[in-house]
Design a binder for this molecule. Structure first.
Ligand SMILES: NC(=O)c1ccc[n+]([C@@H]2O[C@H](COP(=O)([O-])OP(=O)(O)OC[C@H]3O[C@@H](n4cnc5c(N)ncnc54)[C@H](O)[C@@H]3O)[C@@H](O)[C@H]2O)c1
Length: 275
């Protein structure tokens, strides 16, 4: 089978992360084209990754194209109005990474017969360490599912969801998750600096602790809870610190994921009012 042409609509943070990961995975630069209104970002992507930089305008697509929508959710109606005919004439597979926007909303814009996959990747895709949740509509063929699987498995781990409503949860957990982890790193670093550690050492210690712990958890069949107990001596330092975390962390995680998932639903509702 010939390699699909991967067509990005949007040249921002998520497109960059995916393109970086795809290039490392071995997808050839000329097999990726990026459409965006300003040459600033797409030009930089072309220079750095050897991909084709194209204006935002829709164009005739090769058969077998996979089009990845990576512009903002609220722009989707205006952008897809322009791309609809090109997508249809190439029978392109449409993959949306837009948070919140449902496949029904997308097929309303593109036509019921359009094969649509929703994908929720995250920025660690740029180093091949992403986590992508995928949901396919009934019109997506098994071959097309394989194609999407291959594309996203090349930039990290892939998780298929069979209930589209859970895409908002996957977005709240893994799409947004890198920002939570980075905030956690910042908070640990700042707290250590407050106790007198220099910033460079505090940052490096926090980073290596989070990285090493995540790698240990991934390499281990024991649950996070079991591994945590291995760190926690009765009456020791960890127990003293954990007592403080336990007061707030679980309710905070629940509130944070609820707020993020709710925002996904709101983004979807906002689109309905403007479509
Ligand atoms: N950033 C993340 O971590 C992340 C993770 C998962 C999903 N997403 C989703 O990815 C999408 C993009 O997010 P981002 O963070 O990359 O945003 P961003 O603002 O960095 O990029 C948006 C891009 O869209 C382009 N654009 C604007 N109008 C356009 C048009 N008419 N045609 C083509 N391109 C156009 C802009 O030039 C810009 O390059 C969103 O839908 C978001 O929900 C983002």
């Amino acid at each position: 089978m010939t390699e699909p042409q991967i067509v990005f609509i949007g040249a921002g943070n998520m497109a960059r992360a995916l393109i970086s990961g795809m290039r490392q995975q071995g997808i050839a630069g000329p097999n990726i084209q990026v459409h965006a209104p300003s040459n600033l970002h797409r030009g930089a992507l072309a220079e750095e990754f050897g991909v084709r930089s194209c204006p935002a305008q829709a164009e005739k697509l090769p058969e077998n194209s996979v089009v990845i929508y990576a512009a903002k959710p609220k722009q989707m109606p205006a952008v897809l109005k322009e791309w609809r005919d090109s997508l249809r004439s190439a029978s392109a597979l449409f993959v949306s990474v837009a948070a919140g926007i449902s496949s029904a909303q997308i097929t309303t814009l593109l036509g019921e017969e359009t094969p649509v996959v929703r994908a929720m990747p995250n920025t660690p895709a740029q180093i091949g360490a992403g986590a992508t949740s995928l949901f396919a509509t009934a019109t997506v063929s098994a071959n097309q599912c394989d194609t999407v699987q291959q594309i996203f498995a090349g930039v990290g781990k892939v998780f298929w969801l069979h209930d589209e409503a859970l895409m908002d949860t996957a977005t709240a957990l893994a799409g947004s998750g890198p920002a939570y982890v980075l905030l956690f790193l910042e908070a640990l670093e700042d707290a250590a600096v407050l106790q007198g550690l220099d910033r460079v050492t505090a940052r490096a210690l926090a980073l290596q602790t989070v990285l090493g712990t995540a790698q240990m958890a991934a390499a281990n069949s024991a649950s996070p809870s079991e591994l945590r107990h291995q760190v926690t001596s009765p009456g020791g330092t960890t127990a003293a610190g954990l007592a403080v975390w336990e007061e707030q962390l679980r309710p905070l995680a629940q509130r944070a994921l609820a707020a993020a998932a709710e925002r996904g639903r709101i983004l979807s509702q906002l689109l309905k009012t403007t479509a």
